[in-house]
Design a protein around this ligand. Structure first.
Ligand code: NAD
Length: 247
């Protein structure tokens, strides 16, 4: 489904991002994934290479909140692989601190990665996409972008912002044939969720109509569809992959 395409996936070392990397590789794309550190990128590369042999794959770790580093990374990718067809802004952090002692530094940290990095990466790829007359930008939102959440205010705030960025860029970049969409996962089986205590996760599962949490692969399948030509007339959408959860 993605044969001949070049895809950049942020937060590709584990969880949903790694499932996207694997799914894109399995569907013929050249994939460049970003992680936060050299060590985690190298470890992800080692694991990926155990399963994928005849693929073009590279890992990088630019500081996603630094415009210069993001621009340089995208320039290197275009120089090496000729183009960028697909950008997936997936890197994200969550938190569940009470608002009564919610520190500015934490708010900034969440917004810098969940929102600013998506802005910087999108800004850095659009000149290339515009020049080639096509492109796909996909953002990882969350079900909390619909309902908010009762703690960790920066996280839902960042995901509401991602929906706004998705819909706005879809309108602005549509005339240049750049499609922009978001996937809003529900509770998904990754480290982010494994870190939650049992007393939080158990009631969550009971409240989900499908009575289970989602798997990263189930989220990645939607990222595959949206990146492919099957979604050629879809832009500005935020697609829920959440088992109809309303947590
Ligand atoms: P995860 O913690 O398993 O993976 C996060 C990824 O982000 C990793 O690849 C990590 O390297 C990268 N990352 C973290 N900090 C970074 C930094 N400072 N700079 C660059 N990269 C950094 O998380 P996940 O559950 O796979 O989440 C991926 C995305 O899905 C996030 O945007 C998250 O908000 C969203 N999401 C997750 C769930 C869930 O239940 N897991 C639900 C809804 C949305």
């Amino acid at each position: 489904m993605l044969s001949g395409k070049v895809a950049v996936v942020t937060g590709g070392t584990r969880g949903i991002g790694r499932a996207i990397v694997e799914t894109y590789l399995a569907n013929g794309a050249t994939v460049i994934f970003f992680g936060s550190r050299k060590e985690t990128v190298e470890e992800a590369m080692r694991l990926l290479k155990e399963h994928f042999f005849d693929v073009t794959l590279e890992g990088m770790y630019p500081n996603l909140s630094n415009e210069r580093e993001v621009e340089d990374a995208m320039a290197v990718i275009v120089k090496r692989y000729g183009k960028i067809d697909i950008l997936v802004n997936n890197a994200g952090i969550s938190d569940s601190h009470s608002f009564y002692d919610y520190e500015e530094t934490l708010f900034d940290r969440v917004m810098d990665l969940n929102v600013k990095a998506a802005y910087l990466c999108s800004k850095a790829v659009i000149p290339y996409m515009k020049e080639q007359g096509s492109g796909v930008i996909l953002n990882t939102s969350s079900m909390v972008s619909q309902y908010g959440q009762p703690a960790g205010v920066a996280y839902p705030t960042s995901k509401f912002a991602i929906n706004g960025m998705t819909k706005s860029l879809a309108r602005e970049l549509g005339p240049d044939q750049i499609r922009v969409n978001a996937v809003a996962p529900g509770v998904t089986n990754t480290d982010m969720v494994k870190a939650l205590p049992e007393q939080v996760i158990d009631p969550l599962i009971k409240s989900i109509p499908l009575r289970r949490i989602g798997e990263p692969q189930e989220v990645a399948n939607t990222f595959l569809f949206l990146a492919s030509d099957l979604a050629s007339y879809i832009t500005g959408a935020v697609i829920a992959v959440d088992g109809a959860a309303m947590c």
